[in-house]
Design a binder for this molecule. Structure first.
Ligand SMILES: *[C@@H]1O[C@H](CO)[C@@H](O)[C@H](O)[C@H]1NC(C)=O
Ligand SMILES: *[C@@H]1O[C@H](CO)[C@@H](O)[C@H](O)[C@H]1NC(C)=O
Ligand SMILES: *[C@@H]1O[C@H](CO)[C@@H](O)[C@H](O)[C@H]1NC(C)=O
Ligand SMILES: *[C@@H]1O[C@H](CO)[C@@H](O)[C@H](O)[C@H]1NC(C)=O
Ligand SMILES: *[C@@H]1O[C@H](CO)[C@@H](O)[C@H](O)[C@H]1NC(C)=O
Ligand SMILES: *[C@@H]1O[C@H](CO)[C@@H](O)[C@H](O)[C@H]1NC(C)=O
Ligand SMILES: *[C@@H]1O[C@H](CO)[C@@H](O)[C@H](O)[C@H]1NC(C)=O
Ligand SMILES: *[C@@H]1O[C@H](CO)[C@@H](O)[C@H](O)[C@H]1NC(C)=O
Length: 729
């Protein structure tokens, strides 16, 4: 599938990612956009819009609230977004019925081989009529509905349960595949459109549910059949982002509508830094979705490989890390002495066997002090000196500067990922970069040719992408995050032909398919898998679907990835197995409420998330969040101290009525894992059995990850849960 999204790694979004930590409320004068969250909708007759207007009018020092109200949430939960002064914000926070007021921060957007690689091949068993009743909601940058990936040829009318609408705005037409569209940009107003001007939303939607399209490729690179995980499913589009990011107020509006419209699943390749659930629009929106039986899938983020970098932390959604597939995109540069160096870039250009002179940025710059000259930054390069040459630059955007200056090609130091480039260019490791400079020093007229991108087989796959954000969960350390990994590197999927292809403003090329990398691309893969599982198990709860995906995942090889489970969660998605997991770890709204209470949320704080009159059960003060019936087991322990951790779990039999499961544990010699009882016997379907897991270990003095697992096996099914403990400060 094609990737393009807010957790996408292209040169373009590289900039978005760099600015990811800058969170701000959208400002206008001294007013900022705040979300006034009022929780669940009250029962019975209630006119949300007018009561929101009245509430606002009462605190605002202005004659009319027309330009101050941004939007009302009134379909799936209650609240509104408005432009408030600090004084008004404080007043509103104390109004009865308001559960919280928080700033509308800006969040960021974070194929074809990929589905075969994870085992969901063209010939996989499918349930087409059920699949065509599955509606995947995508909160993103909109969609290009005219893409072949979204043609409605062969589709019947929208499923009967669909309550949504086609309100895609300017120039937007729905069809029987893209059955609904809405847009929310606070900036565009009524003249807005759900048409994708960025490309990310088209890429993610087609990855999850795009039709099969033959001969998809980007300039001949990555040629193959593009297809989504569930090609017969329908898509509902909620445009909550533009190329510059996604406002929290718009994200919540997307949830409000999508839940009420009747989507089955939500795929959200958007995120920011981890924040408390009470201030996290994706945590709040997905809580309401879960309460209505809708699973939300969310990208883990592209801020890896640093511990604690994931912003996707709530236990009621599935958080997705990005991994490689066996299709590795490489781009070689051949030096004048015949040596070929393997770099990375999505380079559709060919130099036709001709070699060009190699120059270092500093040798062809004018008026630029170091290090600008070496990095080719700004307007350092002198056009008359770079013309007809391949320029070496020490930074990721050097190729854009080289292109602007009129160079023939560029070699960039470092970047480990393939980006689409706007001239013949490749990026190489620092040591390869140095050896190119050695070669230049060894000859009077150094030259090279940059070849077009090629694909080689990567027998190391799947391995986790370095950029994929890591746990542990900084908000709730007892819940392992991310949950799962899915393909997110060099993914070919549909693209918006009006979107810019690269960050290079002089790159006027437009494409129907694009190759992107990011956890943005991994998330819709997992959404496609969740939809596939749902077609075989239509009555399952969000947590049962999530459990099935997690407990059947392929274990990843920890020697190939830093941070083990805190990088890839339960492992790599395995769609065929996920359909029939044997046992599931189920959890419902009341379980999450108990978990929040045990994490120290008092009732007032609890209601900030649930938005209703939920109360904490009495026993919850003695409980621990790690007792949430989660399909993985994790904990954070202090350095220097030995530890003993208990996990209580309950599994539900969804496999054969009469079955006996035996526990097997795997761990290094440093940790002990004990399971009581070690045998679970079931006599009927949906029967539940509980057990306890005790994990013990010795104190360590440096940050250490202890990895292990518990597998329940009946000879047919293997139900695997990772057990991951991190000892850290
Ligand atoms: C809207 O569609 C018309 C007809 O296809 C096209 O000419 C026009 O350029 C489109 N406008 C925008 C803003 O996309
Ligand atoms: C709506 O947007 C289009 C495209 O940006 C523009 O051409 C048109 O003038 C706008 N219309 C209004 C009423 O603002
Ligand atoms: C660029 O290089 C040429 C040739 O050396 C030189 O004549 C010219 O002054 C330089 N341009 C700038 C802006 O320095
Ligand atoms: C080409 O030059 C590089 C750098 O000096 C060197 O490592 C490589 O061995 C040379 N290749 C040949 C074929 O001489
Ligand atoms: C999150 O908010 C709750 C309620 O205000 C508070 O109890 C908890 O300490 C906060 N957690 C973090 C990690 O800030
Ligand atoms: C994990 O990878 C290492 C290094 O490539 C290899 O030696 C080992 O056999 C692998 N383990 C498994 C279980 O595949
Ligand atoms: C919560 O309880 C109060 C007082 O009983 C009631 O007025 C309010 O409508 C309830 N809210 C919800 C969301 O049920
Ligand atoms: C399960 O096993 C019990 C006891 O052996 C037997 O009575 C029952 O019929 C079996 N049920 C099924 C569905 O096989």
């Amino acid at each position: 599938m094609v990737n393009n999204g807010f957790f996408v790694f292209s040169f373009f979004s590289f900039f978005l990612l760099l600015s990811m930590s800058t969170f701000y409320g959208a400002t206008e004068g001294d007013r900022k956009v705040y979300i006034v969250y009022m929780g669940s909708l009250p029962e019975g007759e209630y006119s949300a819009s007018s009561s929101h207007q009245t509430m606002l009018q009462e605190v605002v020092d202005a004659s009319s609230v027309e330009n101050i109200m941004v939007r009302s949430y009134k379909r799936s939960f209650n609240g509104f977004a408005a432009k408030l002064t600090d004084n008004e914000r404080q007043k509103l926070a104390s109004v009865k019925g308001v559960v919280s007021v928080f700033p509308s921060t800006t969040l960021q957007l974070h194929t074809t081989r990929s589905w075969d690689f994870i085992g969901l091949g063209d010939s996989a068993k499918r349930n087409p009529s059920v699949e065509s009743d599955v509606i995947i909601g995508v909160l993103d940058t909109g969609i290009w509905p005219e893409s072949e990936s979204f043609s409605d040829e062969g589709f019947g009318p929208a499923p009967k349960k669909w309550k949504g609408a086609c309100k895609g705005g300017r120039n937007f037409t729905c069809n029987k595949k893209v059955i609904g569209a809405r847009f929310y940009s606070s900036l565009e107003g009524a003249n807005g459109t759900a048409i994708d001007e960025d490309g990310h939303g088209t890429h993610t939607a087609s990855t999850a549910a795009g039709n099969k399209v033959k001969d998809a490729n980007l300039f001949g690179v990555g040629q193959g059949t593009a297809r989504g995980g569930v090609p017969s499913s329908r898509i509902a589009v909620y445009k909550v982002c533009s190329s510059t990011g996604c406002q929290a107020a718009d994200i919540l509006a997307g949830f409000d509508d999508a839940i009420a419209d009747g989507v089955d699943l939500l795929s959200i390749s958007i995120g920011g830094e981890a924040v408390n659930f009470t201030q996290d629009p994706i945590a709040i929106g997905s809580f309401h979705a879960m309460a209505k039986g809708i699973l939300t899938l969310n990208s883990a983020g592209n801020s890896g490989p640093f511990l604690g970098s994931t912003g996707s932390v709530s236990p009621w959604m599935l958080s997705v890390a990005a991994s490689t597939t066996d299709r590795l995109f490489i781009d070689r540069v051949v030096l004048g002495n015949g040596t070929a160096i393997v770099g990375a870039a999505i380079n559709g250009f060919t130099q036709n066997g001709k070699k060009y002179p190699l120059v270092i940025g500093a040798q062809v710059s004018s008026d630029c002090p170091p290090p600008g000259d070496l990095t080719c930054s700004g307007a350092c390069l002198n056009s008359s000196l770079v013309k007809g040459k391949i320029v070496l630059c020490e930074q990721p955007t050097g190729d854009i500067a080289a292109h602007r200056a009129g160079a023939t090609g560029s070699v960039i130091e470092n970047s480990l990922l393939s980006f689409v480039v706007s001239l013949p260019a490749t990026s190489v490791t620092s040591s390869d970069y140095d050896s190119i400079i050695d070669y230049m020093d060894s000859t009077k007229s150094p030259q090279a040719e940059i070849l077009k991108t090629e694909i080689i087989k990567d027998s190391d796959a799947p391995s986790l992408a370095l950029f994929s954000s890591r746990g542990p969960n900084t908000i709730l350390p007892e819940i392992l995050k991310p949950d799962i990994s899915a393909p997110g590197v060099d993914i070919l999927a549909a693209f918006s032909p009006i979107a810019p292809l690269t960050a290079d403003v002089e790159d006027k090329r437009h494409v129907k398919f694009n190759i992107l990398s990011g956890t943005s691309m991994a998330c819709p893969h997992a959404a496609g898998v969740a939809a596939y599982v749902k077609t075989f198990n239509p009555t399952w709860s969000p947590s049962a679907i999530k459990s099935a995906i997690m407990t059947t995942a392929f274990p990843m090889n920890e020697t190939k990835t830093t941070d083990a489970e805190f990088a890839y969660g339960s492992g790599h998605v395995n769609p065929i197995k996920a359909v029939n997991p044997g046992l599931v770890y189920d959890a419902f709204e009341e379980d999450y409420i108990r978990m929040l209470c045990s994490a120290g949320y008092n009732e007032e704080m609890l209601r900030l998330v649930t938005g209703d009159n939920s109360t904490c059960p009495k026993a919850s003060s003695k409980a621990s969040p790690k007792d949430l019936n989660y399909p993985s087991m994790s904990s954070k322990v202090s350095l220097g101290k030995p530890f003993t951790i208990n996990f209580h779990r309950t599994v539900t039999n969804v496999g054969l009525p009469n079955s006996t499961y035996k526990a097997q544990v795997f761990s290094s010699s440093e940790v002990g894992i004990e399971v009581v009882p070690e045998v679970l016997s079931f006599e009927s379907k949906n029967e539940k059995k509980s057990f306890d897991v005790t994990v013990t270990g010795k104190g360590v003095t440096v940050t250490t990850i202890f990895s292990g697992s518990l597998v329940w096996s009946d000879g047919v099914h293997s139900v695997r849960s990772p057990v991951a403990v991190i000892a850290t400060t």
